[in-house]
Design a protein around this ligand. Structure first.
Ligand code: HEC
Length: 155
């Protein structure tokens, strides 16, 4: 109980117990918000896709054009999907306040990301080696990083 009070400032232990029982989770983690979970799940799958492609970029002789193409297409196809899950300002999750206070900047990062993933997807279509995709891959990585620097609280 003291732990709950310290970490999330819930005043009543009774309320705490009721909420915990209702959602089956620690109520203070905010992981109860379906929006947070949805966008974090997408981001995680992007992290996985970047990992698969990044391994090939690091070890060019392991380049598998079909697998790379699949991952690049996945990113481009899902590039727009997290943003509708950022509408509820009270569902902060691992996002900074700037997502909402600087909504234009956030949406501009999202646009840049879409462009970067489209470019990577295009480069991947005819690629026969890492060299064909490396610059576009680096651009996508830079785009993830740029948005996280400004808008993601946790890393
Ligand atoms: C336009 C902004 C933006 C772009 C582009 C972006 N992210 Fe994120 N990302 C966020 C924000 C904001 C969060 C925090 C979301 C939350 O926890 O509620 C986040 C969270 C994450 C997380 C943590 C998820 C979790 O389980 O807590 C991972 C992993 C991640 N992003 C990977 C990526 C990768 C990889 C890319 C690029 C392929 C990328 N992101 C592109 C804004 C962005």
């Amino acid at each position: 109980m003291s732990l709950f009070n310290r970490t999330c400032g819930v005043k009543s232990a009774v309320t705490m117990a009721l909420i915990s029982a209702a959602v089956g989770l620690s109520a203070c983690s905010q992981s109860a918000s379906p929006d947070i979970k949805a966008r974090e799940d997408i981001m995680k799958s992007w992290g996985d896709a970047m990992g698969v492609m990044g391994d090939m970029v690091k070890a060019p002789d392991t380049f598998d054009a079909a697998v790379f193409k699949e991952q690049a297409a996945f990113l481009a196809d899902s590039a727009d999907s997290p943003w509708t899950h950022f509408q509820d300002e009270s569902a902060k999750g691992g996002a900074m306040d700037s997502v909402w206070s600087d909504a234009d900047g956030f949406s501009s990062e999202a646009d840049k990301f879409k462009q970067a993933t489209d470019a990577l997807n295009q480069a991947a279509q005819g690629a026969s080696s890492v060299e064909d995709v490396q610059p576009a891959f680096a651009e996508v990585g830079a785009s993830c990083k740029s948005c996280h620097t400004e808008y993601r609280a946790e890393s």
